[in-house]
Design a protein around this ligand. Sequence first.
Ligand code: AMP
Length: 400
Amino acid sequence: MKVLVINCGSSSLKYQIIDMDTQAVLCKGLVERIGIEGSVLTHKVPGKEDFVVQEEMKDHQRAVELVMAALVDPDHGVIKSLDEIDAIGHRVVHGGQKFAKSVLIDDEVKAALDKCTELAPLHNPANILGIKACEAVMPGKPNVGVFDTAFGMGMEPKAFMYALPTKYYEEYEVRRYGFHGQSHDFVSHRALDLCGGNENTKVIVCHLGNGASISASIGGKCVDSSMGLTPLEGLIMGTRSGNVDPGIMQFICHKEGLDIDGMLNVLNKKSGIFGLSGNISSDFRDVQKAADEGNEKAKIALDAYRYRVAKYIGSYAAAMNGVDVIVFTAGLGENDKLTRQAICDEYLGYLGVKVDPARNDVRGKETLISADDSKVKVYLIPTNEELKIAMDTVKIVSEL
Ligand code: AMP
């Protein structure tokens, strides 16, 4: 079965075709600058040179049409006809409270997704455009929605409720949702497979990328997740602040003459590692380099980052009354042995966590990095959100 996975942003579209019989990625690609001058499609087939199409793409439908043309292109394509695509899986950022699992998309689902737009105004409209474009270009193919928020729907009220007037929850669905759900779901289940876990196994997944979040789950069911109503809550990220005292907003707005939108722009785009390091970079490699050269702000930024991750691990161990497995994933989690080692060595000894430096000397490869006498198993597990979307798509389509 071949599944096309689509991930639409407001001006971008990422795609992959995965052959689910072998889980091989037949091709992947990226369309940038949709609706903006200079639209470009870069189509990648393993073992071949990139195929680049520079042509005006005024909307997502035109982008999908050009992606389809690339897929069946005689020189650069990977399928002979679009009939070979069995189903399309779409990443959808916000499913609100309505979608606790992936779903076959029909008119009713699309209407419900429209309603969720106010919870994710930057993301959901683009996801819906991608769905409609695929329906128009490939009528009759099953489209499946896989939600960033679905994994977090496992949380109980004590974890997902904010201590605010309940009216906000009842009338506006203001609650904690958790994001990066495809990643936390995929990685936590993979961890259960690797350690031979069962329905009682307690897993903490640290998804440390440009966006960063951490989840606690028991037997694959989410207990807690660090992101909230929006992906701003929780860990320090590349440019996002994560948790701050909400009182700071009023204080800084008055000092700097900002309105609430301006303040949120600061919290989303100018904070995190970038802000803390004195605007060196949102990329950890640059901040690490500056710290190695003696830059004090860079050192504090890295220390604060690790400290926040460790505090979450500690609080999630408390929330679950223990932890059996800790997993590192995403850009930093998969590639940066220093961060993994520092978090475990500096803060997690009391849990009996011991990382073996030789095992930890690895990048991007599924590996047990804890020592044999560690009380908690620690893994590096590369995330694969596209494969998770394709797996859910296969499951739903096979039940039709
Ligand atoms: P992601 O959002 O998962 O693609 O992660 C991107 C982030 O991972 C980048 O901003 C980098 O800060 C970080 N990253 C990627 N490779 C490395 C590396 N080799 N060492 C440290 N950080 C890395």
